[in-house]
Design a protein around this ligand. Structure first.
Ligand code: PYC
Length: 311
């Protein structure tokens, strides 16, 4: 399997450019289901130890069904599959440019949850236009053991997010252990209370917000992803969900910038437009850098040949 690694504002992406699972040429949502049902060990092989690590997000490069798209992509992580991935889409754009497959300008990528727009602005800077995003539930409150009552919104940004109104701990890198445990407890409380996304799917990404750490930022976040790793970037789909909530609350006008800072201090600049149906369509700008190219090998006698998780 041939892969190209990058990071987007600190969050890693591994694109499978050759040697991925044979998923056929159906709709990307069906190909993702086939990946999950028939080839899940290939996911673990590509991103888990000993070839990867928990924070690594995988991106299987696919032929798109929609021929106006430059590429199709299925995102996955240490435990399963994602709908969309904002940092991963920025990483994929820079990776395709590195491969000479796209040049600066506007492109479209197909994902299992819809087509996204991509503008490659130079070697490293990319703006993506995400799928339409929306606040599904406002001011949901759950009792969380150890934290008390936690309230926030449930929103779609290409994945399902709970956006807590505040943070139980200061948003500092030194606090990622306690922030992770708190976010896991919030996720469990939501599941126990039967609070899901609009389609009944689990709300599997949890976000805490606090003030930005440096001038020019609107807010800093901590985002816990399914699988227990936290996003080093401000999370593209999470920032889309944030923008949708701000729009729904009348706190951000179409076209106005929202600068979202991550727990490591990196930034995405987000804004949104309203489409013909009045839906919020967020765009996210960030930078990605290619950091490696590799061929991953599998020895049939290796006891950990299909990858493993230790956490
Ligand atoms: O950037 O959308 C994102 C993302 C999702 C999970 C990790 N990063």
């Amino acid at each position: 399997m041939r892969v190209i690694d990058s990071h987007t504002e600190g969050e890693p992406t591994r694109v499978i450019v050759e040697g991925g699972p044979p998923l056929g040429d159906g709709p990307l949502a069906a190909r993702r289901a086939r990946f999950r049902d028939e080839f899940d060990t290939w996911r673990s092989f590509a991103v888990n130890e000993p070839r990867g690590y928990d924070a690594l997000v995988g991106a299987l490069l696919c032929e798109p069904v929609d021929r106006t798209c430059a590429a199709g992509v299925i995102f996955f992580n240490n435990v399963g599959y994602l709908g969309m991935c904002g940092h991963g889409t920025i990483g994929l754009a820079v990776t395709l440019a590195h491969m000479g497959r796209i040049g600066p300008g506007a492109h479209r990528f197909e994902t299992p949850v819809g087509v996204v727009g991509v503008e490659l602005k130079g070697r490293n800077e990319v703006t993506i236009e995400n799928v339409a995003s929306y606040r599904h539930l406002a001011d949901v409150a759950v009792d969380v053991p150890g934290l008390g009552r936690v309230s926030g919104d449930v929103a779609w940004g290409g994945n399902w997010f709970f956006l807590a109104k505040s943070t139980p701990h200061e948003l500092l890198l030194g606090n990622v252990g306690v922030l992770t445990r708190a976010a896991e407890a919030v996720g469990k409380a939501l599941a126990d209370a039967g609070i899901t996304g609009a389609d009944g799917a689990p709300v599997d990404h949890i976000e805490f917000f606090g003030p930005a750490g440096a001038p020019g930022g609107d807010s800093r976040n901590f985002v816990l992803c399914p699988g227990g790793a936290y996003d080093r970037s401000p999370c593209g789909t999470g920032t889309s969900a944030k923008v949708a909530c701000l729009a729904a609350a009348g706190k951000l006008a179409p076209g106005a910038d929202w600068v979202q800072e991550s727990i490591v201090g990196s930034r995405f600049t987000a804004r949104y437009r309203l489409d013909a149906e009045g839906r919020v369509v967020p765009s996210i700008t960030g930078r990605a850098y290619v950091v490696g190219e590799a061929t991953l090998l599998r020895d049939a006698e290796d006891p950990f040949k299909d990858g493993m998780r230790t956490g």
